[in-house]
Write a protein that binds this ligand. Sequence first.
Ligand code: AQP
Length: 338
Amino acid sequence: MSEKALHKPLVFSGVQPTGDLHLGNYLGAIKNWVPMQAEKPCIFCVVDLHAMTAEFDPRALPGKTREVAAGYIASGINPDTSIIFAQSRVSAHAELAWVLNCVARIGWLNRMTQFKDKAGKNREAASVGLYVYPVLMAADILAYKATHVPVGEDQKQHLELARDIAQKFNNDFDAPDFFPQPEPLILGPTPRVMSLRDGKAKMSKSDPSAASRITLMDSADEIADKIRRAKTDPDNLPESRDGLANRPEAENLLSIFAALTDVSLDQAIAQFAGKQFSAFKGALAEAAVAKLSPIRDTMVRLMGDPAELDRILAKGAARADAIAAPILAEVKKITGLS
Ligand code: AQP
């Protein structure tokens, strides 16, 4: 029987509540999730256990978790159909992660480039949690036997690892096809949004410069100001895609414009060919404000009622647990833990 027939289609993805949601999280992930809801059942998690892998403020974590949930809903995720919840509220994630830690090999984890990037030079001082982060991510997906995982470019290696872990579990415990081989879902047109201060660095929540990212909570004035100050080069905008070679800032800003206005990069290039950055930046700011302001307004409204957000998250956690608990029970039986 084919894998597809064995496992019911299910989408799983998540965002860490490590800081303010930004344009990269929106264009590279959340915006692409919205249409998936019409095609497959979806689980969108706020991965707070992952947020603990680097330095974090325990007092700020509950608010950040609510903020990510509000960002999902404001961007078009429907909590009545899709499941939205906080990872820590469903114990199967942590329990399965332990089992999978004992399946994954140290050699596999040693190859993970994100650990090397995030741990930086002082690797010895990084948390063990950061090191085994990809195993927890595998547990997030496999706890639901999810079949499809929309991931950014930076997470592709982790998904490959999740596939290897699933395969090894099935082989080691003689449980053929127990876990599916989760597939990456085709990324949107903007797999990587880069920093406004450096076209070669990813836009990131943890970049110390707030000017490097546009957040979903930025006001119209803040958005326009960050775009005005965004790094550029001295030339006018190119006439064709070839003209973007070695111009990472121009490419990034044009790609952002294309994604915000739902046109192709080529169309965006044609629209601003030969123009000065100053004229283009005005149009970019207008497009960003038009797209993000309604999201911000909804987020502000939702965050004004934390009890309602907690209710949505608790309902989501109960629905998630109902799927994960029987799978975890089977894992325990297969591994001799029950
Ligand atoms: N710059 C980006 N461009 C496109 N997609 C991005 N994603 C993140 N940054 C960009 C995608 O957003 C989803 C959630 O990411 P995450 O919060 O789980 O972790 P991350 O990738 O590490 O995001 P950040 O913003 O860079 O957070 P910090 O600074 O905490 O590490 C993922 O699908 C990711 O690909």
